[in-house]
Ligand binder design. Structure first.
Ligand code: IPE
Ligand code: IPE
Ligand code: MG
Length: 236
């Protein structure tokens, strides 16, 4: 059977807090360790020819957490940049971001924008961080933008198609494989539109324990799936 290309890998990196708590460590240690895994898995994924890797780093619902945890999470972009810029350049990884970063601290915002700016000419895999991202918000914003165009007579209602709608999403690349770590089997408001036909892989491994071997297992599992997209079995 012809191999289905794995273009876009999306990861709901979950279990940082439980990983730390199981070791009697403060939750932030799990986030620190999880940041390292993002870099390692991004390099591994890029070497496997994956074109885009989206990671859910902070959801629009994560503001419900204690301020001390939120503050630590938003220190990570600077740390990530300082520790890993040379690797990002070496492997030509380009950083992008989806989500509303206008609400995050100015230090975090600067680090995120620096990361995007410094890697913008890299030609390899795109590593897209979903930061203060939520699909409800993304879809509502797209709908508002489209509704304004209709109201201003710049768009006909019958011209609102899947393609037009996707122009207003923060990123419309369809997800081929979605991985969620830590044993939770839910989507938690991540890329709802983009995962319409993605293959989903759940693992009990906590994100800080996720390594290249686990990535290989998920990818091998992906290649065994029969993606039909509503059609019938592909015999090719
Ligand atoms: C995922 O790990 C990272 C973020 C949501 C920021 P969690 O912090 O959700 O870890 P658990 O689920 O509490 O173990
Ligand atoms: C989803 O994880 C968000 C991120 C990984 C950033 P959560 O840990 O916030 O999700 P729930 O609350 O368990 O659904
Ligand atoms: Mg969690």
């Amino acid at each position: 059977m012809e191999k289905k290309k794995l273009n876009h890998l999306a990861i709901i990196l979950d279990g940082n807090g439980r990983w730390a708590q199981a070791r009697n460590l403060p939750r932030f240690k799990g986030h620190y360790e999880g940041g390292k895994r993002v870099k390692e898995i991004a390099i591994a994924a890029s070497l496997k020819g994956i074109k885009r890797m989206s990671v859910y780093a902070f959801s629009t619902e994560n503001w419900k957490r204690p301020t001390s945890e939120i503050d630590y999470i938003f220190k990570l972009p600077r740390l990530f940049l300082d520790m890993y810029l040379s690797d990002l350049m070496k492997y030509q990884i380009k950083i992008e971001c989806i989500g509303d970063i206008s609400q995050v601290s100015s230090n975090a915002k600067k680090a995120i924008n620096d990361c995007i700016e410094k890697t913008k000419n890299n030609t390899g895999m795109v590593l897209c961080f979903a930061l203060n991202y939520g699909s409800y918000q993304e879809i509502i914003n797209a709908t508002r933008n489209i509704a304004s165009l209709v109201k201003e007579d710049k768009l006909n209602i019958e011209d609102i198609t899947k393609e037009t709608f996707e122009e207003y999403l923060m990123d419309s690349t369809p997800v081929d494989l979605l991985i969620r770590t830590s044993g939770e089997q839910r989507i938690s408001n991540f890329l709802l539109w983009q995962i319409a036909y993605s293959e989903i892989y759940f693992t009990n491994v906590m994100w800080p324990d996720f390594n290249e071997e686990e990535l290989d297992k998920a990818i091998a599992n992906y290649y065994q799936r029969d993606r039909r997209f509503g059609g019938i079995k592909n015999e090719k």
